[in-house]
Design a protein around this ligand. Sequence first.
Ligand SMILES: [Zn+2]
Ligand SMILES: [Zn+2]
Length: 278
Amino acid sequence: MEPMDLFGLKSLLICALIFVPLEHMLALRTQQKIFRKGIGTDVIYAVVNGAFLKICIILMAAAAMGVSASLVPEKVTMTVSGQATWLQVVEIIIVADLGVYASHRAFHAIPALWRFHAIHHGIEELDWMVSFRAHPVDQIITKAVSLLPVFFLGFSSEAITVYFIIATGHALFLHSNVRVNFGPLKWVIASPQFHHWHHADQRDAYDKNFASHLAVIDALFGTFHIPGSRMPEKYGVDEPIPTDYIGQHGYPFVRGTQQGRNTGDAVVKPTPEEVARR
Ligand SMILES: [Zn+2]
Ligand SMILES: [Zn+2]
């Protein structure tokens, strides 16, 4: 990484040059604007939180490699880093995505964690910029669980760099406002349709599709949900996520906020009869 690109402005510009035209060509929701509600907040996430996350990942890598040097036999790390780069990249994707799956599922299942993750689910229009919107606690835990084993095992820095490029591109693509048909590959590789259903504010889709690269992990663990060729009707959560950057960072720490996804029936809107009875 170039020192000047800590804030990722150049990368962000390159991503915009790829994803804005792509969303235009393959648009899922044609009425959705590029400068949709909350886009300014997401730019701050991309630049400020992106820089902070980069620093955290560099520190994580240094710590993990230090520990690895004294714990993991050199034979192992030499064997791992001696493999062909493409093979290492495939292995990193599998190792890291099992970590993403486990931590992401925990973020949905444990109420105290959900409050952090709810920030990512708070958005009601999906596009590529949404991938940057996540609470730092959410991002750091997810990166630690998914990347520490990768750093620990001694994969080459070349393979790790290629993985980061693929991971970023894939995350942006998953959130894009696009309609793409993956055919039977939808069972193996995470598609925009797969991740859009993860963001659906529809009960049958809650707590499904946790993987970030390999949909097959969800298929294996019984959390895969893609109903035919349909796309969700609406995205978001049934809890009042603040719309501003600072408010979103404080949200998990504010007492008394409801936990939409995890308290079961709490999110079911009462019928008019039930309201009348109260
Ligand atoms: Zn989620
Ligand atoms: Zn997402």
